[in-house]
Design a protein around this ligand. Structure first.
Ligand code: UDP
Ligand code: MN
Length: 493
């Protein structure tokens, strides 16, 4: 529209204008016609310039999109997205954190040397969640990692700047690696780094689009006077955006032939979800570099920890409390590092529709929903009548107060932290029930019912067939072939 007016005016002044003048030359004196020609020329130029000024003033800022941030709640945060300013601020805030940036990194795995064991201990994980890079306590900086780094996790902003120092581990991983900072402790795969960069960039692009739209709208509805006054054509870029409350996904895992396949499948599901930290906790005494490598390749922000099942349960001939020490380790981590958001226990072999994650983010205390089963019962679900929770449907009730499946509930971090003793019991069959009971007091009316008030199935308790470990490779026969490499990628119990 604007361009059309602008060019049609140009056409008029250039062609019709000079044509009229040309026709009149014979009858008029030369002086008069030159004078007239000049007048028209000057007039046209003036109008042209005035229109151009107007056109420029109405242009949306080419390099600066400003969005007014309205803080809806503490869950909503302003974060500076991919912008020169944010990088500047990030670098300066990182500089101020000098020595803390070289503290622990949790999930360090080198792909070049996959046999190097990754050690992740309780203390090593300190400070890995929730990097606070903001210049103030009400904002954080989100950066795009251009070179291989630990995927950065955007955390909420309820903490004060004084806590920055203790969060060194992640500061480093969130640093723009285009800066001169070099790290000697961590080397990450370019592949995972690139994958991360792509994710972050696409997320940023989406936000920027929104910002542009808002900028356009405001430009269209507000007077352009201020823009005219300043006459700045280049403005610093500032893009503010809100992130939804964080999700903490606790995934117990253990060494077996299917392990990497399970984690790969789950990981790529989680990759569709923003502001999520994946706590992968292995029932083992030490981490497995192959797992670390798999997590790196997926590119979801994660912490990889270990929490072995106590020996007495391992030895038993009866049913084992599977994944309990892992989940309790996850809870311990959250008590230490998380301030808000929601936790969810996602076993590595189950199946999840990502829409459940978007629903669970906003819960206040505890939420429940149906879980599809691969048993005769078909489903485990709260029973809802007239909008109220009146009981539970499950193949086995077993005297449980909460006969629900591990995949069928989520808990808010704040609520968990208000219950310092809440944890999962080492009691096979009663893990969910014991944990939920330990959250008391909890009124049934306070349990939020997700998945269309429990009329939909968005998670499934699936099971992968157990397989025998892969046989040893005949090294003589396959010497100097790719099979020597592949063999090192197999998880054998
Ligand atoms: N798990 C574990 N250690 C074990 C067995 C299982 O950490 O010795 C984990 C497993 O990876 C899964 C969760 O605990 O995430 C539940 O285990 P499983 O899927 O075997 O139990 P099921 O779903 O069959 O009840
Ligand atoms: Mn399972």
């Amino acid at each position: 529209m604007k361009g059309g007016n602008y060019s049609s005016f140009g056409t008029y002044s250039g062609i019709s204008g000079s044509g009229n003048v040309g026709n009149g030359t014979g009858k008029m004196s030369l002086g008069k016609s030159i004078k007239m020609y000049l007048t028209i020329f000057i007039l046209t130029t003036c109008i042209y310039m005035a229109l151009y000024q107007y056109h420029i003033s109405r242009e949306p800022f080419a390099a600066s999109e400003v969005v007014k941030h309205q803080e809806k709640s503490s869950s909503y945060i302003a974060s500076y997205l991919w912008s020169p300013i944010s990088l500047l601020m990030a670098n300066s805030s990182l500089n101020s954190l000098n020595n803390s940036t070289t503290t622990s990194t949790t999930t360090t795995t080198t792909t070049t040397a996959p046999t190097t064991p990754t050690t992740t201990t309780t203390t090593a994980t300190v400070g890995s969640v929730g990097q606070k890079l903001g210049a103030s306590s009400t904002s954080s900086i989100r950066m795009v990692s251009l070179v291989a780094t630990t995927p950065s996790f955007i955390s909420p902003l309820s903490e004060s700047r004084s806590e920055l120092g203790s969060l060194g581990g992640h500061q480093k991983t969130a640093t723009m690696k285009t800066s001169t900072t070099t790290t000697t402790t961590t080397t990450r795969t370019t592949a995972s780094g690139l994958a991360l960069a792509t994710t972050k960039l696409s997320a940023t692009t989406r936000t920027t689009t929104t910002a542009k739209t808002s900028a356009k709208l405001s430009a269209a509805t507000t007077p352009t006077a201020s823009h005219m006054e300043n006459g700045h054509k280049t403005r610093p870029t500032f893009v503010a955006a809100s992130l939804p409350p964080p999700l903490y996904i606790i995934t117990p895992t253990y060494r077996r032939p299917e392990q990497l396949a399970e984690l790969t499948r789950l990981g790529y599901t989680l990759k569709h979800v923003v502001n999520l930290l994946w706590l992968v906790i292995e029932d083992a005494n030490k981490t497995n570099p192959l797992v670390g490598h798999t997590l790196d390749r997926i590119g979801v922000p994660y912490e990889y920890m270990v929490a072995p099942m106590p020996e007495k349960y391992k030895q038993t001939k009866k049913a084992k409390p599977r994944g309990v020490s892992n989940r309790n380790r996850g809870l311990e981590y959250l008590r230490e590092h998380a301030t808000e958001g929601v936790l969810y226990f996602a076993d590595d072999d189950n199946t999840y529709d990502i829409s459940i994650f978007e629903q669970m983010r906003y819960i206040n205390k505890v939420a429940m929903w149906p879980v599809g089963l691969v048993t005769k019962t078909g489903v485990s679900s709260p029973i809802i009548q007239e909008g109220k929770l009146v009981g539970y449907y499950d193949g086995w009730i077993g005297g449980r107060k909460y006969p629900v499946d591990m995949a069928g509930f989520a808990v808010s971090v704040k609520f968990l932290k208000e219950r310092p003793d809440a944890q999962m019991p080492f009691k096979p069959g009663y893990e969910e029930d014991g944990f939920l009971r330990s959250l008391a007091p909890l009124d049934d009316a306070e349990i939020e019912l997700l998945a269309d008030e429990c009329r939909d199935i968005l998670t499934w308790h699936t099971q992968t067939k157990k397989n025998a470990p892969g046989q040893a490779l005949n090294r003589t026969r396959y010497k100097n072939t790719n099979l020597e490499h592949i063999d090192r990628l197999l998880v054998r119990p």
